[in-house]
Design a protein around this ligand. Structure first.
Ligand code: NAD
Length: 305
């Protein structure tokens, strides 16, 4: 039975948003600012109280799911998403959207998408890029994995939170590109951290290194936007003690997935394995909640923290 026809009748103004962490809170707040009625949930009650102060609701979760046209999840990993969706399926109305913006493996994305579709819901697995600042500014990029005929509707629903909307193919498509993006991000972050540590040890001023590299061939996101050296750029996690950014635990997750994907297609991703091991080590050293730019301190301290 095709449930998509039900969805077309919904206004998509009644939203349940699950996961109010570093990304989820600003994303859900932007939906509120766009005039949507949003109920937000998180295991951390402090985050829920803060969201209510922004004008959000947080009544009974299952009742909210039942009434919503769109259910969002912005969660740390597949296990959390899977738990949340298994509960949601029991309460959702047919034709409602499931939009999971968390990052997990393409294989798991396919599992969630096909299960939800089989139950009469409209799944879209849409990981994002742009970081906490992009979430706050409503300028995220969405990598959309869904049935193609839902793309226009999805763009309308996601509009308050983003600037770029890419159709990436089936349910696994968005996560495939997200994992490739984050593998590249980790490689450039570790690479820039190593070159910056070299410059600093040779006596260079990190602000001058950044200024020069920002207009030179070494320029990249880790140089001019997400610089890992404290005090070099404002509004970076490095300039707030590496807090509230993209934490090492999440980067480790992405790199484990990227390497598993590489193995599954017999790609020898040697640098991918190296950067994965940096982030495994940072988590082992108890730095799991620090931003991924903390790898600069690790390298500068000759692999000690
Ligand atoms: P976070 O750890 O700050 O937030 C996750 C939130 O989910 C936490 O507040 C946690 O309490 C909550 N949670 C966990 N299990 C739950 C459950 N069962 N029910 C309700 N709430 C639950 O993480 P984040 O930085 O917001 O990242 C979220 C996702 O977005 C991750 O998958 C990450 O890989 C991805 N992502 C993050 C960034 C970033 O810059 N932080 C950028 C792009 C993508």
């Amino acid at each position: 039975m095709n449930f998509y026809k039900y969805s077309r009748k919904f206004a998509h103004d009644r939203i349940t948003f699950i996961g109010l962490g570093n990304m989820g809170t600003p994303m859900a707040t932007n939906l509120l600012k766009a005039g949507k009625k949003v109920s937000g949930y998180d295991l951390n009650t402090e985050f829920v109280e803060n969201f209510k102060k922004e004008g959000g609701h947080s009544d009974n979760l299952n009742q909210s799911i039942k009434e919503s046209d769109v259910i969002f999840a912005m969660l740390p990993n597949f296990k959390a998403s899977d738990d949340v969706w298994k509960n949601a399926y029991k309460h959702m109305k047919k034709g409602a959207f499931i939009i999971d913006t968390s990052t997990f493996s393409p294989v798991d994305a396919k599992v969630i998408g096909e299960e939800a579709k089989g139950k009469g819901f409209i799944p879209a697995i849409c990981p994002v890029s742009g970081g906490v600042q992009g979430a706050k500014n409503g300028t995220l990029s969405f990598m959309i994995g869904s049935d193609k005929d839902q793309f226009e509707m999805l763009k309308t629903i996601l509009q308050p939170m983003g600037k770029n909307f890419y159709y990436c193919g089936d349910f696994a498509g968005g996560q495939t590109i997200k994992i490739c993006n984050n593998l590249c991000l980790a490689i450039q972050m570790v690479g820039f951290s190593e070159s910056m540590a070299l410059g600093v040890k040779l006596g260079a001023d990190p602000k001058v290194v950044t200024e020069v590299m920002s207009t030179s061939t070494g320029r990249c996101y880790s140089v001019d936007t997400y610089n890992p050296v404290p005090g070099v750029l404002p509004n970076t996690p490095a300039s707030r003690n590496y807090d509230n950014g993209y934490n090492n635990e999440l980067m480790k997750k992405d790199l484990v997935i990227a390497n598993e994907c590489a193995e599954s297609v017999k790609l020898d991703a040697e640098i991918g394995r190296m950067v994965r091991d940096y982030y495994i080590k940072l988590v082992d050293l108890g730095k799991e909640k620090k931003d991924m730019g903390y790898v600069y301190q690790y390298i500068l301290g000759n692999k000690k923290v």
